[in-house]
Write a protein that binds this ligand. Structure first.
Ligand code: PAF
Length: 283
């Protein structure tokens, strides 16, 4: 496994991997602090391509002024040893000045799908994500890139960008990995106290219960209100949103008449958690 921090070294290593002209390359973009959710992406990447590149870059452009950029967990040594065990070919760990030199002036903004939900709660966040992901795609030139469905809006934004900009790669969304009790795996779970971790289980439970109700024909708005009440009762404050959206465009839905996604974001203590599940009108 090679750990690379500058572009000339990355390009040379990628040329070596592709020297037979046929080998495929998968990219798993991450911000580090790796957990089993990331490892599931790496395992799937190994199934789908000959070589796997994992990028680790805590992207300052996707953090707002009041967000946790400095506090974001950084565990380079542990991450590297997990990736080595998985047989990853390249760990791409650019520095901030490699990614964003002083004269960097470009911003990618994906309208529509970026605008509601986390886009409304975190202005500029998805511009930062789209900009860094476009750069990662240009740097690595993968045949396929894999993202977790836990960040469902991020996945929708990336799919829209790839389609709009004619980027020649496949985007794979991989189901959310959960702890045995149902809490979605996230690097941010590390911030929760034991008590908060326990209370946070209300998030997947409220979503599951609301989805079941909607699928049984209970009015969407009534099921959403009940889910918000359940989150508040378990100490989430504030609840940024619990919304039913079109599964592709993420437009809000008030009637379950097509494949949908139920998405939520809420703060438990100092930690903002997100989660989402599919809601199927046919079931
Ligand atoms: O999901 C993440 O970890 C980040 O948003 C990503 C896609 C690596 C871009 O910085």
């Amino acid at each position: 496994m090679q750990t690379l921090r500058d572009l000339p070294a990355l390009r040379t290593a990628l040329q070596q991997l592709r020297r037979d002209g046929r080998s495929s390359v998968a990219l798993v973009p991450t911000m580090g602090a790796l957990h089993d959710g990331h490892m599931a992406l790496v395992e799937e990447a190994k199934r789908r391509a000959d070589h796997v590149v994992v990028s680790i870059f805590v992207n300052p452009k996707q953090f707002g002024p009041n967000e946790d950029l400095d506090a974001y967990p950084r565990r380079e040594a542990k991450d590297s040893s997990m990736l080595l065990d998985q047989g990853v070919d390249i760990v791409w760990m650019p520095t901030v000045s490699v990614m964003y030199p002083d004269d960097f002036a470009t911003n990618i903004s994906v309208s529509g799908v970026s605008e509601g939900l986390d886009g409304a709660a975190r202005p500029g966040h998805f511009d930062g994500v789209a900009t860094v992901v476009a750069k990662l795609f240009n740097q690595v030139r993968p045949d396929i890139a894999l993202f977790g469905e836990k960040d469902f809006q991020q996945l929708a934004v990336i799919r829209r960008m790839v389609a709009d900009l004619d980027m020649d790669l496949e985007i794979a969304g991989i189901p959310t990995q959960r702890d045995v009790d149902g809490l979605a795996l996230s690097s941010r779970n590390a911030y929760l106290t034991d008590e908060e971790r326990h209370a946070a289980l209300a998030l997947p439970r409220a979503l599951g219960e609301a989805a079941r109700q909607m699928e049984k024909g209970i009015a969407v708005d009534a099921a959403l209100a009940k889910a918000i009440g359940m989150l508040t009762a378990h100490g989430f404050d504030p609840v940024d949103y619990v919304t039913l959206c079109d599964a592709i465009t993420l437009e809000p839905m008030h009637c379950l008449d097509r494949p949908a996604r139920l998405l939520a974001a809420a703060r438990m203590g100092k930690t903002r958690l997100i989660d989402n599940i599919a809601v199927d009108p046919a079931s």
